[in-house]
Design a protein around this ligand. Structure first.
Ligand SMILES: [Zn+2]
Length: 252
């Protein structure tokens, strides 16, 4: 049963038949792991906290810098030099004291990812480097945990929802060559609202998942912020993929 304050706080969710009281209860019982509290993780965590996702774990080892403020909406000029995870945790707890936030000032790596992912119902990859993305993908597949991964650069964004139980490809199938991206936000530039749209999209997919709506698993959705166009491409499983094992791979 929702208490009186929850009935008011979540009233906009409760009014929709797509969420309603049953969906809100599900959100409150859900645990999301958000890795990376930059341009993607800020809006994603804000919408999930305000929507009443009951447990949110935040992971980021980085500190806030002046150049982050163009797009990282949880931070202010007074926060420069402080921990992103801690500041994000503080802001989100103020936004919604009804939920549990765990803020971890650590880098997601091989040593901690399995333990973190094991506790979560869904993982949002909001990181900005490909090496960590490979590790998150691998760990999610090992532990059978669904993952929503997004990225943005310049005026372009992309997002994909991956479910190890389905027969589509994984992040390693999408980028089989283990090389770091030559360009990232710090050296290629990024339009703030584009990364915001991708982070909000990750939050929306998480809400849909937690409330029992099917996601577009295994479809890479790309967004062009200049033409305002979304496109969708299916990601087939690669037979030789070392992560998703090539099970159910399409013959090629
Ligand atoms: Zn794969």
């Amino acid at each position: 049963m929702l208490n009186n304050e929850q009935l008011l706080r979540y009233s906009s969710n409760l009014l929709m038949k797509e969420i309603g009281e049953v969906g809100q209860q599900r959100l409150l019982k859900s645990h999301v792991l958000i890795i990376g509290l930059g341009g993607l993780g800020c809006p994603a965590s804000q919408y999930l906290a305000s929507s009443g996702v009951g447990q949110i774990t935040l992971v980021d080892h980085d500190t806030i810098s002046l150049s982050n403020l163009q797009r990282q909406t949880l931070y202010s000029s007074d926060d420069i030099g402080l921990s992103k995870a801690r500041q994000a945790g503080h802001s989100l707890s103020q936004l919604n004291p009804d939920i549990r936030i765990t803020a971890l000032e650590e880098q997601a790596c091989e040593d901690n990812l399995d333990a973190l992912i094991k506790q979560a119902d869904l993982v949002l990859d909001c990181t900005d480097n490909r090496e960590t993305r490979y590790l998150i993908n691998h760990s999610c597949y090992r532990l059978n945990t669904p993952l929503v991964s997004a990225a943005a650069r310049g005026f372009n964004g992309q997002i994909i929802a991956l479910n190890p139980e389905h027969s589509h490809g994984c992040y390693q199938c999408l980028y089989p060559d283990n090389v770091n991206e030559p360009l990232n936000c710090s050296n290629a530039g990024i339009a703030g609202p584009v990364v915001g749209i991708m982070g909000a999209s990750q939050a929306l997919q998480a809400i849909n998942y937690f409330t029992g709506h099917e996601l577009n698993w295994g479809y890479l959705q790309t967004f062009n912020g200049l033409s305002q166009n979304w496109q969708q491409l299916s990601l087939p499983r690669t037979a030789s993929c070392p992560v998703c094992g090539g099970k159910n791979a399409r013959s090629s």
